[in-house]
Design a protein around this ligand. Sequence first.
Ligand code: CTP
Ligand code: MG
Length: 169
Amino acid sequence: MDAVLSFMEWFLKYFLPPMIANASPVLLRGGRPVDGERRFIDGKPLLGPGKTWQGVIIGVYMGTLSSLPISVYLESIIHMVNGFAASISALLGDMIGSFIKRRLGIPRGEPLPFLDQLDFALTASLYYWLVDPGFRRPDYLFYSLLLVLVLHITTNNVAYVLGVKDRRW
Ligand code: CTP
Ligand code: MG
């Protein structure tokens, strides 16, 4: 039981901010596209209309805000700095994911399993791995990515049933 608790504490400390950052933009409807509707050399959209500046801003804001209770609980402002940087990393990862999907010819909103669920978590993990020795736990990281996968699929289905999201993925 102690092992599960220490993993859950680790998971929340590191993954709550990027998960909130990734999930918050879904609440928006439209906005100014980050790629400015530009196309890549292959003639396909650079990122597509699913990535907006409004989404980036609300994601970074909500992700950083979610690290406030973590900072209070652990009594260090460093967790907010990390929450802010991890949220930016998460949104960058989400955009890298869209860039890859467009290169593969997958239209905006169509699924690419595993990449859709994990892109943001992988880039946030890269950030933490580089700056925080406490994050360098390959076993915890593996379980966390599995949990992110399951949580992502579950929350997306709930959002779809509630009508917040118009697709299941
Ligand atoms: N969103 C946004 N800005 C972002 C990320 C997401 O406005 N930076 C909003 C968009 O309305 C998007 C929705 O959140 O449609 C869901 O995000 P996501 O599933 O990542 O985008 P998709 O529409 O599936 O597009 P893609 O195929 O590029 O992943
Ligand atoms: Mg999607």
